[in-house]
Write a protein that binds this ligand. Structure first.
Ligand code: F6R
Length: 243
């Protein structure tokens, strides 16, 4: 694992955007795997700036998002589809037909998962997958104790994840209890992975991701088996790892 420790959130966002821009410069039709949540918001802002300054061109880029809450429609402001359009896609020159998002209100969840996985395979492979990390070590919504070779599938969210996500919802009834997510197997097939983490809250899980024996109790620890992973952590998130 390549570990880059940066000063703060802004520096993490800047470095991540630079890596993505480099990837697109090398291959105009790169396939990107994208994450949502608080962590990558700054990275998307940096990428929007780079696009507006003509330093990165998304016109050939293809994207697949990692996950979506099951039961939330694309118009729901808490859905990851809504997040992606508002915080990123509508601000850059990406083609609508090149954007892939999971449908949280699909009537046939197994079919949705299979189609998504097939589309990823059809696009060859994800060139660069961006990940955040949950306090419990989840990547995508692959919660602890998950099987390691999963494809895109429906998961039950843990109480810890539901609690962590409750900050975005008005009341507990509104918080989805399930999600559709790329599996660990899907993520591990990406050619290159960057995992972002910031803040003290992530310090323990970053330490375990890097140092603990590979365990399904910390799904991100599986990334130790991948041959091209870069973790970009700010000083707070890296504090337990470097001390
Ligand atoms: C989001 C995702 C999740 C988040 C994780 C961290 O698409 O896949 O794994 O990356 O829950 O969320 P934040 O960034 O809000 O701390």
């Amino acid at each position: 694992m390549n570990i880059i420790v940066v000063k703060d959130y802004n520096e993490m966002s800047y470095q991540a955007a630079q890596l993505i821009a480099e990837q697109i410069t090398k291959k105009r039709n790169s396939v990107l795997g994208l994450a949502t949540g608080s962590t990558p918001e700054g990275m998307y802002k940096e990428l929007i700036n780079l696009n507006q300054e003509d330093k990165v061109d998304f016109s050939e880029v293809i994207t697949f998002n990692l996950d979506e809450y099951y039961g939330l429609s694309p118009e729901n402001p808490q859905s990851y589809c809504f997040f992606m359009w508002n915080k990123f896609f509508k601000h850059v020159n990406i083609k609508k037909e090149n954007i892939h998002l999971l449908n949280g209100i699909t009537e046939n969840v197994n079919k949705e998962c299979k189609q998504y996985e097939d589309l990823i395979k059809k696009s060859d492979r994800i060139d660069l997958q961006v990940l955040g990390i949950g306090d419990n070590g989840h990547i995508g919504f692959n919660e602890p104790d998950i099987s390691l070779n999963t494809q895109t599938h429906l998961v039950n969210l843990t109480t810890k994840t539901i609690k962590a996500n409750s900050r975005f919802f008005n009341n507990v009834q509104e918080i989805p209890k399930q999600a559709i997510t790329m599996g660990i197997g899907t993520i591990m097939r990406a050619r290159k992975i960057i995992l972002l983490a910031n803040g003290k809250r992530k310090a323990r899980v970053i330490e375990r991701t890097i140092n603990s024996p590979i365990t399904t109790k910390v799904p991100a620890s599986v990334l130790q088996l991948h041959n091209d992973v870069t973790i970009i952590a700010d000083q707070e998130a890296a504090s337990k790892f470097i001390s």
